[in-house]
Write a protein that binds this ligand. Structure first.
Ligand code: SAH
Ligand code: SF4
Ligand code: F3S
Length: 454
């Protein structure tokens, strides 16, 4: 009998990507196989994000389109999960607007997915199952990872920070740390399976371990992963500037396999706005931590997130942000227009900034940041750097693509190169978002995983 087919769309951040790998793991155990053709799928799943208000409208529209397919093939199951529907009002609105949906579940009950799917199959009504509380961390869930080279590994779930603009703490629950032994086992297994790189994932990795009985903090964990797991590259995200400390900078400096890249979201350069955002640090503290990091790890790439147009942001506040961006000189920045996300305190703040002003500021910020991104990339021209090959470039299949330890994308031409190879590549050209290079043949270090499509 032909296998049942599922299609899975993921919105949002790596947390959602990682959850999707668990859903896929369950589905493979249940005998499903993945298809890219939604119209032929027996089960269509959308893992939603809630971080920006607009994302919600997009998902509603997408589900609306699924309605047509469902009419043609009523046996097709539709399941919606993730952060957006963890908000009960949104989940109820969705079912009311699109009653053909079969299953809606949240972020806290992923472990119950097979049972929920079964119950939904037997029910003629849409099944809505949301848990208010996250409960304990559930270990041992199946996982289907495709890439074979890089893997995401959760170290904490949830967030306790309640930044004023952010919905994540409301849809992902309180912060819970995984036990170090579970994390180490997972990473050692990945290394044995041939994975080259892991990224330790948490909304605020720096607060790892605070809820555990054992005495362990993030620096300790990172050092253990570096020394004991056998994996060739370790990354982590996201770091919170308030909880960043010198010990961590030292661990990175002493590390062997820890990549020299830190993602440290600043959000704004204005102390007044940082206070309104409830970020818990000042511009001065941020800059001091960057100095400490660069003192210990001089070649460390630093990237950031910035929000433009937070309620009450004046031109003067914004100019301070530009000044900090000039001073710190980030390797890369993810810049966001502030989104008035309902359910967060900032959505009710006075002095919301109009969209024209936001867009105009956004452009100015981008211009400055692009200059710095290009400058950092240009500094690599002529240098030979370690690149982990990920596969063929998505935009040009004649070219191979990989990443430096600093997290920069390098495109290069090569024969007999495989995904998972750690190569020495000489950088020949710099663009704002990527680098071009050529393989330094003498320093090759290949393993045996073929690039997909070869
Ligand atoms: N835990 C991480 C990531 C959170 S979400 C952290 O603290 O950095 C990723 C980014 O989305 C945030 O860093 C922030 O820059 C952006 N973001 C979150 N809510 C937003 C909103 N309402 N409007 C615009 N950007 C937002
Ligand atoms: Fe959101 Fe702040 Fe938590 Fe990051 S640290 S997930 S921005 S509340
Ligand atoms: Fe991530 Fe979006 Fe949820 S950013 S944690 S998927 S709200």
């Amino acid at each position: 009998m032909a296998k049942k087919k599922y299609s899975l769309t993921v919105f949002g951040c790596q947390m959602n990507e990682r959850d999707a790998e668990t859903l896929k793991g369950f589905l493979e155990e249940l005998g499903y196989e993945e298809t890219a053709e939604t119209e032929n799928a027996d089960l269509v799943i959308i893992n939603t994000c809630a971080v920006r208000q607009k994302a919600e409208d997009k998902v509603f529209a997408q589900i609306g389109r699924l309605g047509k397919l469902k009419k043609a093939r009523p046996e097709m199951m539709i399941a919606i999960c993730g952060c957006m529907v963890q908000q009960e009002v949104v989940a109820r609105k969705l079912i009311k607007k699109h009653p053909f949906v079969d299953l809606v579940f949240g972020t806290h009950n992923i472990a119950a997915f097979p049972a929920l799917l079964q119950r939904a199959t037997e029910s003629s009504e849409p099944l809505l199952d949301l848990w208010d509380e996250a409960g304990d961390v559930v270990e041992g869930l199946p996982v289907s990872r495709k890439d074979g080279v890089r893997a995401w590994v959760n170290i904490t779930y949830g967030c306790n920070n309640f930044c004023a603009y952010c919905i994540v703490p409301y849809v992902r629950g309180r912060e819970r740390s995984r036990h170090p032994a579970e994390i180490m086992d997972e990473i050692s297994n990945l290394a044995r399976q041939g994975y080259q790189e892991v990224t330790l994932l948490g909304q605020n990795v720096n607060s790892y371990g605070k809820d555990l009985i054992e005495q362990i903090d993030f620096s300790d964990l990172l050092q253990r992963v570096d020394r004991e797991s056998g994996i060739n590259r370790v990354r982590f995200m996201t770091s919170h500037p308030r909880d960043w400390n010198e010990k961590l900078a030292r661990v990175i400096a002493d590390g062997i396999n820890i990549c020299e890249h830190v993602h440290l979201p600043i959000q704004s350069g204005s102390n007044r706005i940082l206070t309104l955002m409830n970020r818990g640090y000042s511009r001065e503290h941020y800059q001091e931590q960057v100095q400490v990091l660069r003192r210990y790890v001089p070649n460390c790439a630093i990237s950031t997130d910035l929000i433009v147009g937070f309620p009450g942001e004046t031109e003067a506040d914004f100019l301070v942000t530009l000044e900090v961006v000039e001073q710190v000189s980030f390797d890369a920045a993810f810049t966001f227009l502030y989104s008035q996300r309902s359910g967060t305190p900032a959505a009710k703040m006075p002095a919301q900034i109009n969209s024209e002003v936001k867009k105009e500021r956004f452009q100015r910020l981008l211009e400055i940041q692009n200059k710095h991104s290009l400058r950092h990339n240009q500094q690599l021209i002529g240098k030979t750097v370690e690149v982990l090959v990920e596969g063929r470039s998505k935009t040009n299949p004649d070219v191979l693509s990989g990443r430096t330890r600093g997290g920069k994308t390098v495109n290069f031409v090569g024969e007999g190169v495989f995904a998972g190879d750690l190569l020495q590549v000489e950088i020949s050209e710099a663009k704002t978002w990527s680098l071009l290079g050529r393989i330094n043949v003498e320093n090759r270090n290949a393993n045996d995983k073929a690039v997909q499509g070869d």
